[in-house]
Design a protein around this ligand. Structure first.
Ligand code: ACM
Ligand code: ZN
Length: 669
């Protein structure tokens, strides 16, 4: 916390300086390689400038695979994938030269040049030697929850390729809509691409039903061919995701024969999970994947694998039979059976699967690549087992979380993941040296439940996607948030001028002001005893969280907030009998994340730790019904008493939506 406290003022100071410095070259309109994202490995800027004529780069000399250049590089210890994307860009009075070992490398050099040229026609004389830290730099777009069309996707490919993102993962299917033409199963689009409700929220409120020709849409195969060609020209791979066995309600509505049955063996139950017991599931999924594989050239085919509830499997006779026949002892192993079988099918076609990290449950399919989203430990474990991993832990890489103060932002799914935090992520942190060869890179994920429009989608993506791009490309020692922030501004200005809708970092409000201040009060540093334990996951600092003077930020995660998946009951020992004039705390509310205010809060005082008297009862006056935004409420009470022990009890009460209670810093004065 000291680090955070002390870094804030200096951050703003150096940011101010950086902005002044930036304004000089902009005023004289010269741009150099130090102005681009991702920050190149090595740059040397010289005296002089060069104006690149025209826009077609026809004057640029490009040399690919020159032997002398290859010999020059031979003393450098680089991985083959780094050599593939390596380039050297030279700008001098003779013009521009790009040298590379492959076409990929030459393209990366062109991207650097074109980025610089989009900021100014006048380029500084320089030499740039550049190659990526990781081979995989990805962004995921969720076009199921709210459909985005081919024009939207191609526009994002344009700008993402500008910052050397080389994988675009499309989440094509989910409960909220199937988004890809499949010829052998036309109901996937005629029925399941359209829903009753324009937005995801409307659809949820309307009972999650589907209705042909209402709200939605899908990509035709021709659309996809166009997107693929566009991406290929920009040296970007599109990874299609066909989600299974969970998040598949739309598939079951279109083809109910893939659903589990009740114990009677005939009545279908439409959950979100397909039935791994019936052969129809494999027949349909494999036929779908065959069409996907025929269309998409990507080596990787993403098959989902996350958040299957597996509830229907426990009762379904077909699932029971499958488990018996295959000697499977748990529903986790049943999931692993499905993923393993699908993985073999994909491999028979010469491709390999990526799955969300739950595919590890019950045994990980051979050759599967794991997309680690719940945290980094899942990815670390997969690497230790010899599997390739892409890191996308939600706490740093989820771009659907709030990027600034929730009350100043459009409604989001929750959390708080500002640019600085996304930028701070290092996918290799804590990974043993021996396992790092399996670390392919990192990815940012933009889930779209709460993102109804194209403009809003861009607003959530940018500039955080650029932090992922730099994290995936630039060497760790070249990463510097203040310098990155300086470079973000001209890029997002260019984007705005070109019709994009990025968040303006100059308007950033920043973290919750209370989180920067250490609060002084009577209970500071006093021991707390819990009659009901706090959540292990959301401990907020553990045993001392409520009296350490630190207060929570905008996020209940990775912060000082302490969570209870229960009522609350704890006692603070002030060390001696003292006058007590006030007891109170901040409470966190975000029904979307199952966090609600307590219905009642009671404050008890005692001088001996045995006889407690209720000094105050607070009843929640805030109606949270229908809300899902993040907000903060202070519950406290003026008192006039003497006490050594302060006991606080919070009751969840009878509200149907109650999950967690989160509070922070029990302030006693
Ligand atoms: C996920 O966020 N359920 C992968
Ligand atoms: Zn079943």
């Amino acid at each position: 916390m000291n680090g955070i406290l002390s870094s804030v003022p200096s951050a703003y100071l150096s940011l101010g300086l950086a902005l002044c410095m930036y304004s000089l070259p902009l005023a004289s309109k010269t741009v150099g390689p130090e102005d681009i994202i991702p920050r190149p490995v090595k740059t040397e800027v010289k005296e002089g400038t060069y104006v690149l004529p025209g826009n077609d780069f026809s004057s640029v000399r490009v040399q690919v695979g020159d032997r002398r250049f290859a010999r020059e590089l031979s003393s450098m210890s680089l991985e083959p994938y780094q050599k593939d994307e390596l380039y050297r860009l030279t700008i001098d009075s003779y013009g521009v030269k790009i040298e590379a070992l492959t076409e990929d490398g030459a393209y990366r050099g062109r991207q650097t040049l074109s980025y610089m040229k989009s900021l100014s026609d006048t380029l500084r004389h320089c030499t740039v030697l550049d190659y990526p830290r990781f081979r995989y730099r990805g962004i995921m777009l969720d076009i199921s929850r709210n459909f985005r069309d081919k024009e939207y996707i191609m526009r994002q490919i344009d700008v993402l390729s500008k910052v050397k993102i080389n994988y675009l993962h499309l989440h094509l299917t989910d409960d909220a809509g199937w988004r890809m033409q499949i010829d052998s199963y036309p109901r996937l689009t005629s029925v399941a691409a359209y829903r009753n409700g324009e937005t995801w929220q409307d659809w949820s409120a309307n009972g999650r039903t589907y209705e042909p020709a209402t709200h939605g849409g899908f990509l035709t195969k021709d659309d996809i061919r166009e997107i693929l060609e566009y991406a290929e020209q920009r040296h970007m791979t599109i990874i299609p995701e066909i989600e299974m066995p969970g998040h598949s309600r739309e598939l079951l509505v279109a083809y109910p024969q893939l659903a589990c049955t009740e114990e009677d063996g005939t009545t279908r139950v439409i959950t979100s999970d397909v039935c791994p017991g019936t052969e129809a599931t494999f027949e349909v999924l494999e036929a779908i994947l065959d069409e996907v594989i025929e269309l998409f050239p990507s080596k990787y085919i993403h098959i989902g694998g996350d958040e299957a509830s597996k509830g229907s499997w426990k009762k379904c006779p077909a699932c029971h039979k499958r488990m018996e026949e295959e000697g499977l002892s748990s529903v986790e192993e049943l999931q692993s059976y499905l993923i393993g079988r699908i993985a073999r099918h994909v491999e028979d076609k010469g491709r390999s699967i990526i799955g969300w990290d739950e595919i590890m449950q019950g045994g990980l399919a051979k050759n599967a690549t794991v997309l680690s989203w719940r945290g980094v430990t899942q990815g670390a474990e997969a690497m230790s087992l010899g599997h390739d991993v892409i890191m996308a832990p939600s706490a740093w890489c989820y771009l659907d979380y709030y990027q600034d103060a929730p009350m100043h932002q459009p409604l989001a799914i929750g959390g708080y993941n500002p640019l600085r935090r996304v930028y701070s992520f290092d996918p290799a942190d804590g990974i043993p040296e021996n396992d790092r060869a399996h670390l392919l890179g990192e990815q940012g994920n933009l889930w779209a439940e709460f993102i109804p429009t194209a403009e809003h989608n861009e607003y959530m993506l940018y500039p955080r996607a650029m932090a992922i791009a730099e994290g995936g490309w630039s060497p760790l020692e070249r990463k510097d948030f203040e310098d990155f922030h300086r470079r973000i501004i001209p890029l997002t200005d260019w984007m705005t001028e070109n019709g994009y809708h990025p968040f303006d970092v100059r308007k950033e409000y920043g973290d919750r002001p209370e989180s920067y201040r250490r609060v002084q009060h009577l209970a500071l540093g006093c021991p707390v005893t819990y009659r009901i334990p706090f959540s292990k996951k959301y401990h907020g600092g553990g045993q001392t969280a409520l009296t350490d003077g630190k207060q929570g930020g905008w996020s209940y995660m990775e912060s000082a907030w302490q969570g209870f998946n229960s009522d609350v009951d704890f006692t603070v020992d002030l060390g001696a009998v003292k006058p007590v004039h006030y007891v109170g705390a901040w409470f966190y509310s975000c029904l979307g994340n199952w966090i609600a205010l307590p219905e009642t809060t009671e404050i008890y005082l005692s001088t001996d730790g045995e006889n407690f008297e209720c000094a105050s009862t607070l009843t929640c006056q805030i109606d949270e019904t229908g809300r899902r935004d993040t907000f903060f409420s202070m519950f406290g009470s003026p008192l006039n008493a003497e006490a050594r022990y302060v006991r606080v009890k919070c009751y969840r009460g009878t509200k149907p939506y109650h999950g967690f209670i989160f509070l922070d810093e029990l302030v006693v004065n």
